[in-house]
Write a protein that binds this ligand. Structure first.
Ligand code: BEZ
Length: 397
């Protein structure tokens, strides 16, 4: 693989897009003519607690294009970027800016589930093709599923579903779940509870911290008093660093085993240091996956960005692979809505995470790995759940 080239982000002429209502499959996708540059919107967090995740997604996306001179479906790409700050209150304005003002052909976004909910509502109205490279909001591929909305990451239901089974198998039958109090955390907690209870465990308490607060002390004191067999959690980015360090500093790490969805230790192991060693998590990726795709990807990523790849980079990379597959089918014409959608629905992605396919609701069907942090790496311990498919509750597509 060659290094990605810096891309132009200038805002140029506005091209008239054909607005299409979600659900009307014969309408063309909103966007511009085939001969122009492909207008790719990136609505991601570049500041705040999830800033690092947004950067990794963009890096992964650009890396996948590097082998094709930065092109997609043979077309040059023009990027339109907005920093969504992981702020749901600004989601509608930000999505409108990039969809209505910049008239992007395809919108890649975002990381935070609450922001994704606002973005999806705008994109469904406009008929814009959206590829979600992280945000797990269940509704995106549940009750708000739509022909023009695809996800290349996971639903919030997925990563914590296998965790309960793993913890019961490890002999932990009474657990506390702790997380941030917003969509992703609430849905992760619910899914954990569902899987853990089905496996024979019982949840002593669910604890919530306002997003993006990192004041954990009072809740850690309460956990020590409850004395569960284990603690499970969802945290990511900067908050995951603080939580793992605080958990160890409170003297809990050696007394009450800490588990999590794998975001807990993604992209942050350097900052977590010794406090993360030995943690067990479940996720659809692991650094040490020993496949040609993953080895090549990690080497190319390190070479291009002087940083270790993580799950967010993989999701960005796979987003580009998926789009490339669709545009190959249409000779680069993103306006051929039915063909683009059909190609993405039928795609088989040979990802660094392992091969995955699209569910009927447009969410990856993929393996979930059990990983352990060893010497600053997320090492695969085994497959916690093979080909896990989100139940897509409420999706009538
Ligand atoms: C979310 O808000 O959906 C999310 C954010 C970071 C990591 C995983 C999920």
């Amino acid at each position: 693989m060659t290094k990605p080239r810096p891309e132009l982000t200038a805002r140029r002429e506005f091209l008239i897009g054909a607005g299409a209502l979600a659900g009307m499959s014969l309408m063309p996708l909103a966007g511009c003519a085939k001969s122009d540059k492909l207008r790719v919107g990136l609505m991601l967090p570049y500041t705040g607690t999830y800033a690092q995740l947004g950067v990794a997604i963009e890096n992964g996306f650009r890396l996948a294009l590097a082998d094709q001179d930065g092109k997609l479906g043979g077309r040059e790409v023009e990027y339109f970027k907005v920093d969504d700050e992981s702020n749901p209150a600004k989601a509608t304005d930000n999505a409108n800016e990039i969809i209505t003002r910049d008239k992007v052909d395809v919108l890649i976004g975002t990381v935070h589930s609450g922001v994704a909910m606002g973005m999806i509502k705008v994109a469904r109205e406009a008929g814009t093709l959206v590829l979600i490279p992280n945000a797990g909001a269940n509704a995106a591929t549940g009750e708000l599923c739509s022909p023009n909305i695809f996800r290349t990451s996971f639903s919030n239901w997925q990563p914590t579903h296998p965790l309960g089974k793993v913890m019961v198998e490890n002999g932990h039958k009474k657990a506390v779940f702790i997380t941030w109090n917003y969509g992703a955390g609430q849905q992760a907690a619910e899914s954990f509870s569902e899987g853990y209870t089905a496996a024979g465990g019982s949840v002593a308490k669910q604890m919530f911290v306002p997003f993006p607060n990192v004041e954990f002390q009072a809740l850690l004191t309460e956990i020590a008093a409850i004395k569960p067999d284990a603690v499970a959690c969802f945290f990511a980015g900067g908050g995951a660093v603080k939580f793992v360090k605080d958990y160890a500093a409170a003297g809990l790490k050696d007394k009450i085993p800490l588990y999590g969805s794998g975001f807990l230790t993604e992209g942050v192991l350097g900052a977590q240091g010794e406090a993360a060693e030995g943690l067990l998590t479940t996720l659809h990726y692991a650094d040490s996956l020993d496949t040609p795709q993953n080895r090549a990807f990690r080497t190319a990523y390190l070479d291009a960005y002087s940083a270790q790849a993580d799950v967010y980079a993989v999701q960005g990379y796979d987003t580009a692979l998926l789009l490339q597959k669709a545009l190959e089918q249409t000779g680069g014409d993103i306006g051929k809505r039915d063909a683009v959608i059909a190609a993405m629905e039928g795609a088989v992605i040979d990802s660094p995470r392992g091969q995955w396919t699209m569910s009927r609701a447009h969410n990856p069907i993929q393996d979930f790995y059990l990983r352990r942090v060893e010497n600053g790496d997320n090492k695969v311990v085994g497959v916690a759940w093979k080909a896990l498919e989100d139940p897509a509750r409420g999706c009538n597509m």
